[in-house]
Write a protein that binds this ligand. Structure first.
Ligand SMILES: Cc1cc2nc3c(=O)[nH]c(=O)nc-3n(C[C@H](O)[C@H](O)[C@H](O)COP(=O)(O)OP(=O)(O)OC[C@H]3O[C@@H](n4cnc5c(N)ncnc54)[C@H](O)[C@@H]3O)c2cc1C
Length: 418
């Protein structure tokens, strides 16, 4: 059910978008997500899996291309509308919402050349049958946090050598190495935005590039889909590159602009993850509230007991605070050119909302009592999904470290030196 929105200025169109996303989340995403949660990672992506029916329906409705302008074949929504719809979808499933957004390569291509846009963005926006699935791969077996800390001193450490690198050979790049099992959509994607080192000896991870290419090439191999505690409805897996040759033009961002481009990218993805975590937390709150009104102990619904009321209020205020922060950051960063986006706010939104999701889903289990621990209870799944959100897109600890480093050193925009 769509939530009451404190923002009473939402238009008829905003409310209609919210209502249809809520119906899709409740009618399609939540049931499919719960089915996939019980399957093995292999079963979840087998041809008869309900995952494919969900994905095709989501593409048909255009939920895979929410951020794209009409000129490129997208729906042309405002940043506020994108945020509202994404929170609703994540109410249905955090993992499936993430699965719908692994093709952010096309978003990067918006800043690329006309050829990138024609080859990737427009076909993606025109796709209605889920035949175009993208992924973005940055994490490596030996480098997770190291790769998502632009601006932090270790990011430019030339001693840090990546597991995957690119070298120019005539008119082609040759990619060799491996990306880790955490790549979302890794075993099912047919397009990739690959972040990998080009000049480590000069500038460590800052000497990397972003490459956009199709994965149907000799030398590309995929690992097994990853088995994990939460977001089990999200496919993840390794990708191997054995001297894979791609055209010179596949480079979207070179080492000279890589660090700034990665920061600009994180400014968009972090409040997005925070928005999904808000939807997930709200789902747990809704389920716990409904149960508390039904379940009787001491001769009356447990919702009538003051300590349960206090817990419900605590959950409510955290979800609302999470939405207000994520929405404000999302709207600012998605509505601003790269140089005006605010990374420390993006880090604050992601860490706050995912920590909130963990606490609210845990409180939901407490309200359900014993049944909250059982696989049949939705709160149990939401708790496991929330747990994985604290590591997704950079662990909360390193995002705090990175944001704290910037703020402590007198950030020129937010906290200039007195
Ligand atoms: C649901 C989900 C989806 C994901 N999707 C993708 C994807 O699509 N593409 C992709 O490439 N990756 C993806 N990831 C990977 C994710 O970005 C990484 O897992 C994350 O960056 C952490 O890296 P790591 O797992 O290697 O942990 P590590 O970097 O090894 O960190 C281990 C621990 O050490 C701490 N730590 C690390 N460095 C420091 C430091 N300098 N100071 C203090 N503490 C430190 C961390 O906080 C953490 O607690 C996804 C992960 C999840 C959970």
């Amino acid at each position: 059910m769509p939530y009451f929105d404190l923002d009473q200025t939402l238009s008829e169109q905003d409310l209609a978008l919210k209502a249809s996303a809520a119906a899709f989340a409740q009618g399609v995403m939540r049931p499919v997500s719960r089915q996939l949660d019980r399957m093995t990672p292999e079963e979840a992506i087998a041809s008869q899996s309900p995952f494919w029916g969900f994905l095709r329906e989501a593409y048909r409705l255009g939920y895979h291309k929410l951020p794209f302008p009409e000129a490129l074949g997208g729906p042309g929504l405002t940043p506020l509308q994108i945020q509202i719809v994404m929170e609703e979808l994540a109410w249905g499933s955090f993992g499936l919402t993430l699965a719908l957004n692994t093709s952010l390569d096309a978003a990067v291509a918006m800043g690329g050349t006309r050829e990138h846009v024609e080859q990737f963005t427009i076909p993606y926006c025109q796709c209605t049958d889920a035949s175009y699935i993208g992924c973005w791969a940055i994490t490596e077996p030996d480098h997770g946090s190291d790769t998502v800390m632009p601006g932090y001193p270790t990011f430019r450490d030339p001693a840090i050598k990546a597991n995957c690198h690119a070298r120019l050979d005539g008119d082609e790049w040759v990619i060799t190495g491996q990306k880790s099992a955490w790549v979302s959509g890794g075993t099912i994607a047919n397009r990739i935005l690959l972040m990998c080192q080009i000049h480590p000896a000069q500038s460590g991870h800052a000497g990397s590039g972003m490459f956009l290419f199709t994965l149907d090439r000799p030398g590309v191999a995929k690992g097994k889909p990853l088995d994990k505690i939460g977001a089990r409805d999200l496919n993840q897996g390794e990708i191997f590159f054995d001297a894979v040759r791609i055209p010179r033009e596949a480079l979207v961002v070179g080492p000279e602009a890589y660090e700034a481009a990665l920061e600009a990218h994180l400014c968009l993805t972090l409040p997005m993850v925070g928005t999904w975590a808000t939807g997930l937390a709200r789902a747990a709150f809704d389920e716990a509230l409904a149960y508390a009104r039904e379940r009787e102990q001491g001769g009356r619904p447990i919702a009538d007991h003051p300590t349960v009321q206090v817990k419900l209020f605590d959950m409510f205020r955290k979800v609302e605070a999470s939405r207000q922060l994520c929405r404000a950051v999302f709207v600012h960063n998605w509505g601003s050119p790269a140089e005006r986006r605010a990374i420390e706010y993006a880090e604050a939104a992601k860490t706050f909302a995912t920590q909130t999701a963990l606490e609210v889903t845990s409180d939901a289990i407490q309200i359900f009592g014993g049944i909250g621990l059982a696989r049949e209870c939705v709160a149990e799944k939401l708790f496991r999904d929330a747990r994985s959100s604290l590591i997704c897109d950079g662990s909360n600890d390193i995002l705090a470290l990175s944001g704290g480093h910037r703020i402590a050193r007198a950030h020129p925009r937010c906290y200039p030196a007195r």
